[in-house]
Ligand binder design. Structure first.
Ligand code: FE2
Length: 142
């Protein structure tokens, strides 16, 4: 079944989410360090990390068990090189698939590159250079 709005710009973009952390300082700095982003900014009770298109990840302290979530990021080939380079240089464990097999390697799904690694709270982060299923024919949906 074809999506009813395929190829149409919907005007809806992701803006922010709260990322719970055992130590919000550690997690926010982990993220900006590996992703090569500007320093986290205090925003109320959160440490906000700025992404593309005005979106932020708002790191929040959680006193209690953090239930691991999955956060995936589409990055350029150059950014993948930089981020993956930091992962390897730090000896950070990483996997080519979400089931933690074949530690120390990346995937080439959809003709791109991808890798999974954990943040300090156990969230499973993923970087990919090509969206799942490949680039859409009509790039205007981005
Ligand atoms: Fe994913």
């Amino acid at each position: 079944m074809e999506a009813p709005y395929q190829g149409v710009i919907l005007g809806i973009s992701f803006n922010h989410t709260i990322v719970f952390a055992k130590d919000r300082q550690e997690s926010a700095w982990f993220f900006t360090t590996y992703f090569g982003l500007p320093d986290p900014v205090q925003a109320g009770p959160f440490l906000a990390v700025q992404l593309e298109h005005g979106a932020t990840l708002d790191f929040a302290q959680l006193d209690g068990e953090v239930f691991p979530q999955h956060y995936a990021f589409l990055v350029s080939e150059a950014d993948f090189d930089a981020i993956y380079g930091r992962i390897v240089a730090a000896g950070l464990e990483h996997w080519p698939d979400p089931h933690s097999g074949r530690s120390g390697t990346i995937n080439h799904n959809d003709g791109g590159r991808g890798v999974y690694f954990n943040d300090p709270s156990g969230h499973r982060l993923e970087i990919i250079t090509v969206p799942y299923g490949g680039w859409p024919q009509d790039r205007s949906v981005h």
